[in-house]
Every structure is written in C-alpha cells, then in structure tokens.
Design a protein around this ligand. Structure first.
Ligand code: NAD
Length: 344
C-alpha cells in the first residue's frame, strides 16, 4: 500500500480520492489541517504528501519532509505558487495536475459575470422575500462588449470561446502568445484602455503580482467589470476597493482573494470576520465573492483524483512523471519533458 498524508482534506476530496482508488493501492491519512511547519510532523511515515492551494510548502516544511524520508509532494491543483519549487529542486519530486477541467473555471468566470451584470444575486434574494420590484436591477448586454483576457492558456482559451458565443469582441494579452491562433493579441496598455470587462487567467508570478493596481486601474475604462478566478494576489485589493469607492470600477467578480488562505474553504458564519478589507468588499452591492469554488465540478474532482494518483504511481514506480515540476533541468537525460517547451 502506498501511504499518502493528505492535508486540507474536505469531504468532497475524501469521497473522490476514495472512489479513484479502485484497486485499493493507497492508504490515505486525511488531515483537515493545512500543511505548514507546525503540522508537517503529521506526514511522518508517509510515502507521499498530497496538498492543495493554501498549504504552505516552504523551506522548513521541505527540510522536515526530507528528514522523514519523504521524496514526493503531490499537488492536487494546477497552480504551485505556494511551493518553494527552487528549494525543493533535487530534494523532493513535486507533481501537479496541470489541467483537470478548464471548462469548470471558465464557466464559473462567466457565471460570475452574468450574475453580476444582470443582478441575479440581488433578484434571487428579493423574490424569496416576495419582493418583485425591478428597481435597481438594470443590467447591460454582453453582446458587442469588449472583453480583455489576460492569460490565454487552457482556461483563458475556453473563456474566450464562451465570450465569442455571446457575441463579444475579444482582446487578449499573454506573455507567451499562442501560435497560429485566431486570438487577437494586444499590449496590456491597449487592454486596459479598451476592455469593458477584464478576466484574469494567468498564473501568479512576481511579474503578475498586483497586475491590477492603482496605476493600471486609472488606465481602465470607467465602469469596467473585473473577473478574477486565477489567484488573489493578481489584484491589489486595497486599490480595487478604492476603485470601487471612486465608481471607476463597475463591478468585481472574485473567486480568489489575496489573503484567502486563513478564510476561504471554511465555514466562518459564526465568527466575526477580522479581515476588514474582505468584509468591506463583500458589503459592496457590485462585488460578488465566491470562495475559490471555480474548480468545483464533479468532472474536475474526478480528473484531479485520477491524475494525482497516477502522478504518485509514476514517481514511486519509475522516478519520472510528465506532470513533474522542476526549477531548472539537471540534464536532459533525467527529465521526461519535451524540451522544446518551457518548464513554466
Ligand atoms: P495555463 O498554464 O494553461 O495558462 C496560463 C497562461 O498564462 C499561459 O498561456 C501563460 O503563457 C500565461 N502567462 C504566464 N505569465 C504571464 C504573464 N506575466 N502575463 C500574461 N500571461 C502570462 O494555466 P490555466 O490552466 O489556464 O490556469 C490559469 C490560472 O488559473 C492558474 O495559474 C491558476 O492560478 C488558476 N486556477 C484557478 C482555479 C480556481 O478554482 N479558481 C482552478 C484552476 C486554476
């Protein structure tokens, strides 16, 4: 049996990982707590550690895992900004699930946009209270509007297709534009200037951190709608809040938040929310927050568990895995990647 220490386990993770283990090869130890330097001891005795977006795999966690003889960290997500990949290099194999359902995230981005601009969140509450007034619910057509898409990878491309189905004009920016595509790439400057709606589908990197800030907001159209289903820190939240207060930003649809790690994925309804910025944002009538929910479909969960288990098997049985992340190549002979493409 392959022993897996499974951190930040939720009921839906437990159900899908148990269902995916059809040959009963895995012995899971599910922990509700997140992995960090205070909880890493729980991993002792495991063959692999499985983590999600808000576990903190820093230098001391990596050192502790290595001291327990653990050489495999399996991320059950695509993003890996919470792992010190450089420090893990040649200490731990780090594998991830690069794609599980780009449709889940892109469709959620569109669901947020439609909910926001057609005020569905308001009318749902009104009609439950038998209030059938339409005052204050005027929306706008998506047809003919310009959407700016930042990041045209797997999710960005699906989102572009969805927007085209609505008759929207699509402008895109990507540091590595897709070759031979019919996507119209423009500069970031042009995107800020032209877009009625902006949707972010790029990873969080030092370059993209706070890509939405006071300066870039000032270059955007008045009334612009922002959608972030990528990573919270793409947006400087205080600048966003100011932009909303100043009526520069028309609406914000947020599935991620830069300080989400201690708040999201938990029931905090009986507690006072200490995060003033998030509380203020949620109180705004033109802000919708979902709790990092965009990935959460049956199809995505099944793909996440299947790919994670196969990643673990690949590394433990062969030492190689196509979904392994590395910081820099030690030599092409030991890597199973196609070296014509960038690692990141
Ligand atoms: P992907 O790797 O397929 O695409 C990312 C794209 O961003 C690539 O085309 C890349 O070239 C581009 N990019 C990289 N650096 C850039 C920069 N500086 N500026 C502009 N573009 C840049 O990834 P994906 O599967 O499409 O996922 C996109 C992001 O969505 C992930 O990084 C992750 O943070 C987020 N995500 C969120 C959820 C959720 O539940 N909310 C789920 C999955 C993924």
């Amino acid at each position: 049996m392959i022993k897996v220490a499974f951190f930040d386990a939720k009921d839906y993770d437990i159900a899908s990982f148990q269902a995916a283990d059809t040959n009963k090869e895995f012995e899971y130890r599910f922990f509700e707590t997140r992995l960090d330097e205070n909880t890493v001891k729980l991993a002792e005795g495991a063959d692999a550690v499985c983590v999600f977006v808000n576990d903190d795999i820093n230098e001391s966690v990596i050192d502790a895992l290595v001291s327990y003889g653990i050489r495999l960290l399996a991320l059950r997500c695509a993003g890996y900004n919470n792992v010190d990949i450089e420090y893990a290099y040649q200490k731990l194999h780090v594998v991830r699930v690069p794609a599980y359902s780009p449709y889940a995230v892109a469709e959620h981005a569109m669901a947020l946009l439609l909910t926001s601009i057609r005020r569905i969140h308001k009318s749902y509450i009104r009609t439950r209270d038998f209030n059938f007034s339409l005052s204050g619910l005027t929306g706008f057509d998506l047809h003919g509007k310009t959407v700016g898409v930042i990041g045209t990878g797997k999710i960005g491309k699906v989102f572009i297709d969805i927007c085209r189905g609505f008759g929207m004009k699509v402008l895109a920016y990507d540091k590595y534009p897709a070759k031979d595509s019919d996507i119209r790439y423009v500069s970031l400057e042009e995107i800020w200037k032209e877009a009625d709606i902006l949707s972010f589908h790029c990873p969080l990197t030092p370059e993209t951190r706070h890509i939405v800030n006071a300066d870039t907001i000032s270059r955007m159209k008045t009334g612009v709608v922002l959608i972030n289903t990528s990573r919270g820190a793409l947006i400087d939240t205080e600048a966003l809040l100011n932009g909303i207060r100043e009526r520069k930003i028309g609406a914000a649809c947020l599935d991620v938040y830069e300080e989400e790690s201690d708040i999201f994925f938990q029931d905090r309804s009986g507690h006072i929310l200490d995060d003033e910025i998030l509380a203020r944002l949620i109180s705004m009538p033109n802000v919708i927050v979902t709790s990092h929910q965009a990935f959460l479909t049956k199809e995505a969960l099944a793909n996440i568990s299947d790919t994670t288990l196969s990643n673990i098997r690949d590394i433990l049985n062969t030492g190689k895995c196509v979904n392994e992340l590395c910081y820099r190549c030690p030599g092409f002979s030991t890597c199973s990647r196609d070296h014509t493409e960038k690692c990141f």
